[in-house]
Design a protein around this ligand. Structure first.
Ligand SMILES: Nc1ncnc2c1ncn2[C@@H]1O[C@H](COP(=O)(O)OP(=O)(O)OP(=O)(O)O)[C@@H](O)[C@H]1O
Length: 265
């Protein structure tokens, strides 16, 4: 089976944020990602869709080296961020993860105050020299995550005391506080109700002005609503990658068509 050609199509190189070539991921003997080559654009929302177990999360986790934390995982191939090899031995994964932030399926605030959740990254990366600077970063991050109005009078209360949707926006504020360039979101709305989901989707739309956003989603409606580019994965292969409108209305590969019409998955 061949990997997708669309992903290799030459797009304006200036717009490419993440470039991957022939990426393979193994968990022990399981070959979970096969020959994935794709150009992910800056200031764009890209959705990863596909049936359960097709490798969406595994591939997402390659982009900030989260698979490093899984002992059986092995990544091969090339992954470049702004042309730089993120698997080069000189790259510090902690610094990389400040540049490539991540939001998980279940909101996972630290058992700390709302303020300290957001201040955590800037503190460890030395982004603020004074308390006043840190206050500004915290406020701006909460504003970007559309949480400031709800949180400003309770900054010293525990983050875990917020509602599920607010906790997820807190996690987004925490991720953007280190001024990342890429934001990875692994099913960020799956634990949220429809209202909180709509708020997070609105936020994703705003975040794309500053970041390259990559979102794994099981909801094709969500992919269609939030993303400009969509990548369809099946059995570890990237089958098709292109404009979201085209993927959903006029897919090239019959496997994509089967998935979007509900025949596989
Ligand atoms: N930590 C792990 N150890 C071993 N195998 C794993 C691990 N994580 C994922 N896998 C396997 O790798 C393959 C891809 O899994 P992955 O979670 O990336 O798929 P997915 O498309 O994100 O699935 P889902 O939509 O169900 O979350 C599956 O066969 C899965 O069982």
């Amino acid at each position: 089976m061949k990997d997708n050609l669309e992903g290799r199509k030459l797009v304006n190189q200036m717009d490419v944020k993440i470039e991957t070539r022939d990426v393979q991921v193994f968990y022990g003997d399981t070959h979970a990602i096969k020959d994935v080559s794709v150009d992910i654009l800056d200031k764009t929302v890209t959705s990863f869709i596909g049936p359960s177990g097709c490798g969406k999360s595994t591939f997402l986790r390659c982009i900030n080296r989260m698979n490093d934390t899984i002992p059986s995982a092995r990544v091969e191939g090339t992954l470049l961020l702004d042309g730089e090899d993120i698997y080069h031995s000189g790259i510090d994964p902690v610094q990389l993860r400040a540049k490539v932030g991540m939001v998980f399926q279940k909101p996972n605030p630290f058992p700390k105050s709302i303020y300290d959740n957001v201040a955590y990254g800037p503190r460890i990366h030395g982004l603020a020299s004074t308390k006043a600077d840190l206050d500004v970063i915290v406020e701006n991050s909460l504003r970007r995550a559309a949480l400031w109005d709800e949180a400003k009078d309770r900054l010293l209360e525990p983050g875990t005391g917020l509602s599920g949707g607010q906790q997820q926006r807190l996690c987004i504020a925490r991720a953007v506080a280190t001024e990342p360039e890429v934001l990875l979101m692994d099913e960020p709305c799956s634990a949220l109700d429809p209202i909180a989901t709509a708020q997070v989707e609105e936020l994703i739309d705003e975040l794309k002005q500053n970041f390259s956003v990559v979102i794994v989603t099981h909801s094709m409606q969500q992919a269609a609503r939030v993303s400009q580019k969509t990548a369809f994965f099946h059995l570890g292969y990237l089958v098709e990658y292109g404009d979201t409108d085209t993927i959903f209305t006029n897919p090239v590969d019959p496997r994509t068509e089967s998935y979007i019409t509900g025949r596989i998955g």
